[in-house]
Design a protein around this ligand. Structure first.
Ligand SMILES: [Zn+2]
Length: 604
């Protein structure tokens, strides 16, 4: 996560990784702005979210928060910021259809007894940012989250994906939504219930009321806990936790809002019952078979499944391994679910990507990467990419005209009129899924660095949140004279990203000239000002090497200001800081790119 004590807006403004298409004063623009900045991606091969293949040599024009044009060859857009994809793949932002932003783990009892609303909110903020920086531009919260986090993200106060919240999951006493301690009396209201994260609601009338309350608190769809679970305390996974009347009550309220209900269902009988009651999204659905597939098709329903349930390492997860009852449940479940992968291959259903991670950021990052890997391993890269993009978009659209929090365009596809939620990645993910960040190990794998290095651009709603490619405006726009003067006056310093050097070298690259001219114009207009030019590097290589490199880079900037612009050399001095003053962690390419910079410091 970003570890500075400054606002998101300020971070975006400073980072130069996000200069493109950004309306600084209006936050992340959900509503259209008066002016609609354009971003033009040229020379990209497009995976559109649906087609098994790349459209070669394309240009994609973004205007405001929507995709305006997708064309082979050149698009004329004189005012657009141009990003040359250099033959990389442009694809839709990823969608995870089953996550839990309000369940910070590590265990269900601890979430109930140990977490205040502050713990939960802060964990959600951190998770949301992690999701966005892993390339997920949309997530469906499958129970727990209400509208608060979504609203903060939409306002631009914090970083995160679009969120489709479900509100509290609706289960019964002793069911999969019952987080209360063993000794809790029957009339006990759990902490999770007070926070509208999980509710025990028994009887159709209670479900009606809780379902309405979820929509009132910002849910865009509902979630019922039909089956039991493996790591939960009271509920065998085989049980039916909901009567037909209780499921139908949730479905009825969802339909009244023009939306849909999803059901946590494991057994075949549960899945069929849910579908027949009008549920449109089967969660987990581990006992899937061709009869279910046929009924799903008839009903226009979707399934999302966490494939980690079929991982060889399942019995080694601490929540399973260390709890004898859970271990016993996991063993019987594994046997019962053995047909899933073959059945899904034989009778493919519309299946969305599903991580279901509960816990801290570093374990979730591993789980996401492993879930992607398993998708490719079991069902192939194309099917996995579709489940990560266009299927997620179709599921999001089921929230309907009234309740869809993002109704302006389609999600999960690259097409005209769709939301500008876009990734640019190195290589072709249809051939090599690792370019979107896979890992072939789960908890036993190494910690993953922040972000995926081969995801070079992350755009959501027309705003760029990560850019490790160069763009035409980065060198000349926001580091213009006015910005430099303002920052030197207010902050006494400014980090400059438009001045760039060849790798591991102090030679300025051509695109730096505009920014150096802007610095010179500030110095000419303010003859009393003296500045230090300070070179900063990332942490690759030793200190002595970086000290020398950073000093030589600062010298090069001073030399250009003196020789090309006639600035008196007694107003300038050059210094190197090596890697000793990073702006952020060097653990990701994004962080290293932020740390490699020249800073101007006002000396007088
Ligand atoms: Zn879940």
């Amino acid at each position: 996560m970003i570890k500075f004590g400054i606002s998101v807006q300020r971070f975006l403004r400073d980072s130069a990784l996000a200069l493109v298409g950004l309306m600084l004063t209006s936050g992340i623009a959900i509503a259209a702005d008066q002016s609609k900045p354009q971003t033009l991606f040229t020379n990209v091969n497009v995976f559109d979210g649906k087609t098994n293949g790349l459209a070669q040599g394309m240009s994609v024009l973004v205007e405001g928060n929507l995709i305006k044009q997708v064309t082979k060859g050149v698009i004329e857009a004189a005012d657009a910021t141009v990003i040359d994809g250099k033959g990389r793949t442009l694809m839709p932002g990823l969608i995870d259809n089953h996550i839990h932003l309000a369940l910070p783990g590590p265990t269900l009892p601890l979430m109930e007894t140990d977490k205040t609303w502050e713990d939960i909110a802060i964990a959600g903020v951190i998770q949301a940012e992690m999701y966005l920086m892993e390339g997920f531009t949309t997530v469906r919260d499958a129970g727990g989250a209400n509208a608060g986090l979504q609203r903060a993200i939409n306002r631009g106060d914090i970083l995160g994906p679009r969120i489709y919240p479900s509100g509290a999951f609706l289960g019964g006493r002793g069911g999969h939504a019952d987080f209360s301690p063993f000794t809790a009396p029957i009339e006990n209201q759990s902490n999770m219930s007070r926070l509208n994260i999980a509710r025990d609601v028994d009887g159709a009338d209670a479900v009606l009321k809780a379902a309405r309350n979820n929509f009132r608190m910002g849910a865009s769809q509902l979630k019922v806990m039909q089956s039991g679970g493996v790591v939960s305390a009271f509920d065998p996974w085989q049980m039916e936790g909901r009567t037909v009347a209780e499921i139908e009550a949730a479905v009825e309220i969802a339909s009244q809002y023009g939306s849909y209900a999803m059901a946590h269902s494991y057994r075949k009988v549960s899945i069929l019952r849910a579908l027949n009651a009008g549920v449109k999204s089967i969660e987990h659905g581990f006992m899937y078979d061709c009869e279910i597939g046929a009924l799903m098709k008839e009903k226009g329903a979707y399934i999302t499944t966490n494939l980690t349930a079929f991982a060889p390492g399942l019995f080694d997860i601490p929540a399973v391994r260390d709890v004898p009852a859970s271990l016993r449940k996991a063993k019987s479940a594994t046997k019962a679910f053995a047909g899933y992968i073959d059945n899904m291959k034989k009778c493919p259903a519309k299946r969305g990507f599903h991580t279901d991670c509960v816990g801290d950021v570093s374990s979730c990052r591993k789980q996401i990467a492993y879930e992607k890997y398993l998708g490719g391993d079991f069902f192939g890269n194309y099917t996995t990419l579709v489940s990560l993009t266009s299927i997620g978009g179709e599921i999001a659209a089921m929230t309907g005209e009234f309740m869809n929090p993002y109704p302006e365009g389609a999600l999960g596809v690259i097409e005209e009129g769709a939301y500008a939620d876009i990734l640019i990645v190195d290589g072709n993910p249809l051939e090599d899924l690792s370019v979107i960040g896979t890992q072939d190990k789960w908890f036993d794998g190494p910690d993953r660095p922040e972000g995926v290095e081969t995801i070079r651009i992350i755009m959501k709603d027309g705003v760029i949140y990560k850019n490790t490619l160069s763009s035409s405006r980065a060198a000349s726009g926001d580091e213009g004279a006015a910005t430099i003067r303002a920052r030197l006056t207010i902050d006494g310093r400014i980090a400059i990203y438009g001045v760039r050097f060849k790798t591991d070298n102090a030679e300025l690259i051509e695109g730096s000239a505009d920014t150096i001219a802007a610095i010179a114009s500030v110095l000419k207009a303010n003859p009393e000002v003296k500045i230090a030019v300070v070179g900063h590097t990332d942490n690759r290589g030793g200190h002595d090497h970086n000290l020398d490199l950073s000093k030589r880079r600062a010298d090069a900037v001073v030399a250009a200001l003196v020789s090309k612009h006639g600035i008196a050399d007694d107003r300038l001095f050059a210094a190197g800081a090596s890697f000793l003053s990073p702006i952020t962690s060097n653990d990701s390419e994004r962080g290293r790119a932020l740390n490699r910079r020249v800073e101007l410091v006002r000396v007088q």
